[in-house]
Structures are given as structure tokens and as C-alpha cells.
Design a protein around this ligand. Structure first.
Ligand code: FAD
Length: 345
């Protein structure tokens, strides 16, 4: 069983930045994620979508953001365990002190004074089109639930299904390279950002996007690969056929808290309650940072999670070194960081 200063459940952007903040205070971390790569939602759901609201970074794709975070934490002491889920948390006694032990699906055990739950939306699964039997039989052969590579869509006949941010964002982005692109939604009202909806509607006026509402997917036709689809028009009940190469179903995620529900931590709906002084949960030494937590005024944004974990790491330090002052200083005067980066004085 491995002892570490902070166990981080979830290697999304907030989990990764926790390693940085912990590293500044000389703390080491163990990061665990059930995905096969770090980066959470950014890497899994929208790697090539632009992000514009990281302070000081006018533009970055989500994957570039993850890569930059990985670069930023390189100097620090952490282990990354991928493709395993933390299933249980248990309180244990070690050298007359209380610790937390976690166990993963790979039967690995780690223990620490501090657990950071940076589990985002929990273990998530994309929502499938409800009326199509086994759409996954075309998965990667014309059916996708996220854009993994923009290149795949070049010069293709694309159909995007959905009415939220992802559907609007990708309609606008992929219209730049598609042979043809159709946005299909069950009503002519969208839940996404107003600005992106305006961009999409302008593209419709310019005949660069075909907007089909109120429509619903009716069937997917093809042998091993998608060849065509039929859509049902809700108003007329007519079934229409279309040639199609790539279908993107962007209906959002089913958020599955999974094992987190069994950890006896106070929840608010599907999120973990925290106090905003140090982002500790109802259990001392268990913190929740990033999208997984809830408090009045919470915004599910990357930068909110960065703030939260910065404060939480201060409390984690105090739990490891009770009575000691938490070292505070700007990164330029942080000797540990300067030493690791090899900056000469
Ligand atoms: C389409 C889209 C566009 C977005 N655009 C922006 C944007 O432009 N700007 C912005 O600030 N935000 C944006 N967001 C929101 C942003 O992605 C989230 O705020 C951010 O990812 C939250 O980071 P996180 O580290 O808290 O969680 P996540 O990124 O969700 O990562 C959590 C990780 O925890 C892992 N996990 C969960 N449970 C377990 C477990 N039991 N064991 C092991 N691992 C576990 C998951 O696999 C996941 O990898 C967007 C979101 C979406 C869906």
C-alpha cells in the first residue's frame, strides 16, 4: 500500500492543476483516472474545440490545454494511474493518526491524509439516440458521440444531432471543412450560447449549414459503414432520406456518480457539498474540487476549479504539517519550483 500526500480522484484539468499547486508546497500526489488518458472532459469530449476563457491564454484547443497542464506539472512529484476507477474509500489508522485509504478496480491501494475528489461529472457516458436500436454497431464507422479528430470530417456529408453547446459549437467549427453539414434538432430552439446560435443561424442564411427542425433520426442505413439515414419530420410525419457519411450524436452525457454515491459524503443532487473556505466535504480530509462540487454560485468552468483546488491544497498542507505556517509566495520566488525548472539565480 502506497502512502502519498494527496490522492487525486480524476485527472481532468482540475486534478492536473492540483498537482501543480501541491507541488509548489512540496507535496506529492497520486492521480487516478478511469479514462485511458489524462484530461477529463477536455480530452474525452472536445479535444479539438477551442477554449477562450483561460486567463492569459486567448486561444487553445482543449487538448492543447491539457498538454500545457501536463507540461506545467512536469517538474513535480506525482504518479498517474490510468484506466482504473477508485471504487472505495475507507478511514484507517496509521501511526496513531487517521488516514484515508482508496482501492481501485485494479485492486491497487493508496493511503493519504488527503483525498481530492476531482471527478467532474463522475464516470460519464454519452446519451445514445433513444429510438435507434444498437447505434454503436456503426461506432467509429460513421457514428460518433464526440469529435476525436477534426480531419475525419473533411469533405464529408455530416449530420449533427442535438440542441446544446456541443451541437452548436461543432456545427460552426465543422462547417469550415465539411462537404455538407446538417444540424438536426427536435425543435427550433437551442440551449447553447446565444452567440454561437447566432453564428449558426448566419451560416444557415449563407447556405453553409442546413438546419432541419423539427426532425428526429428515424433509421441508419449501411452495411459496416453508414451510407445514408432517414429522418422523420415531426410536423408532417414524413420520412425523408439523406446521403450521410458522418453522424454526430451530441445529446450530452449521462452523469453517473457511480461509486461516489457509496462514500457517505453529503451530496446536493448529483454533486458533492463543500464549504467555500477550503472546499472540504462533510468528511475531514476529503475535498471536492472542479465540476463535481456544489456551493452557492458554483459555475462549472475550468477556472473555477483552479481557484477551488488552490485553496483546498492549503488546507491539505495544514493537515499534513499541523501548526506549521503554509508557505506562501509568488511562483517566481518559489525555490522548489525554480530548483525543479533549473532556473539559475
Ligand atoms: C462541450 C463542452 C465544452 C466546454 N467548454 C468549456 C470552455 O470553453 N471553458 C471552460 O472553462 N469550461 C468548458 N467546459 C467545462 C469544462 O470541461 C469542465 O468545467 C472541466 O472539464 C471540469 O474539470 P474537472 O477536472 O473538474 O472534471 P472532468 O474534466 O470531468 O474530469 C474528471 C475526471 O474524473 C474521472 N473520474 C470520475 N470518477 C472517477 C473515479 N471514481 N475513479 C477514477 N476517475 C474518475 C473521469 O474519468 C474524468 O476524467 C466545457 C464542457 C463541455 C462538455
Amino acid at each position: 500500500m502506497v502512502k502519498t500526500d494527496i490522492i487525486i480522484i480524476g485527472a481532468g484539468p482540475v486534478g492536473l492543476f492540483t498537482v501543480f499547486e501541491a507541488g509548489l508546497l512540496g507535496l506529492n500526489c497520486t492521480l487516478i483516472d478511469n479514462l485511458d488518458k489524462p484530461g477529463g472532459q477536455c480530452a474525452e469530449l472536445y479535444p479539438e474545440k477551442p477554449i477562450y476563457d483561460i486567463p492569459g491564454v486567448p486561444f487553445q484547443t482543449a487538448q492543447e490545454h491539457v498538454d500545457a497542464l501536463l507540461e506545467q506539472i512536469k517538474p513535480f512529484d506525482y504518479e498517474l494511474h490510468l484506466s482504473e476507477r477508485v471504487d472505495s474509500i475507507e478511514e484507517i489508522e496509521y501511526e496513531d493518526d487517521n488516514f484515508w485509504k482508496v482501492k481501485t478496480t485494479e485492486e491497487k491501494e493508496f493511503f493519504s491524509k488527503n483525498i481530492f475528489i476531482a471527478a467532474g461529472a463522475g464516470s460519464f457516458e454519452p446519451r445514445r439516440p433513444p429510438n435507434i436500436e444498437d447505434p454503436d454497431k456503426f461506432l467509429t464507422n460513421g457514428v460518433e458521440y464526440a469529435v476525436r479528430s477534426v480531419d475525419k470530417y473533411k469533405d464529408k456529408n455530416i449530420f449533427i444531432f442535438g440542441g446544446g453547446d456541443s451541437a452548436l459549437d461543432w456545427t460552426v467549427e465543422l462547417s469550415k471543412i465539411a462537404k455538407s453539414i446538417c444540424l438536426v434538432h427536435r425543435r427550433d430552439a437551442f440551449r447553447g450560447a446565444q452567440h454561437t446560435e447566432e453564428l449558426m443561424r448566419n451560416l444557415v442564411k449563407e447556405n453553409k449549414v442546413n438546419l432541419l427542425t423539427p426532425y428526429l433520426i428515424d433509421s441508419i442505413i449501411g452495411d459496416k459503414k453508414v451510407d445514408s439515414i432517414t429522418l422523420k419530420n415531426f410536423e408532417t410525419n414524413e420520412i425523408e432520406s439523406y446521403e450521410a457519411d458522418e453522424l454526430l450524436f451530441l445529446f450530452g452525457l449521462n452523469k453517473k456518480l457511480g461509486p461516489i454515491l457509496d462514500w457517505n459524503i453529503d451530496l446536493n443532487g448529483k454533486k458533492i457539498k463543500v464549504n467555500t473556505e477550503n472546499y472540504q466535504t462533510s468528511k475531514e480530509g476529503i475535498f471536492a474540487v472542479g465540476d463535481i462540487n456544489d456551493y452557492p454560485g458554483k459555475l462549472d468552468l475550468i477556472l473555477s476549479g483552479f481557484h477551488e483546488t488552490t485553496l483546498a491544497v492549503q488546507e491539505a498542507y495544514k493537515r499534513i504539517y499541523p501548526g506549521e505556517r503554509v508557505p506562501f509566495g509568488y511562483t517566481t520566488s518559489n525555490s522548489k519550483l525554480q530548483e525543479k525548472l533549473g532556473v539559475k539565480k
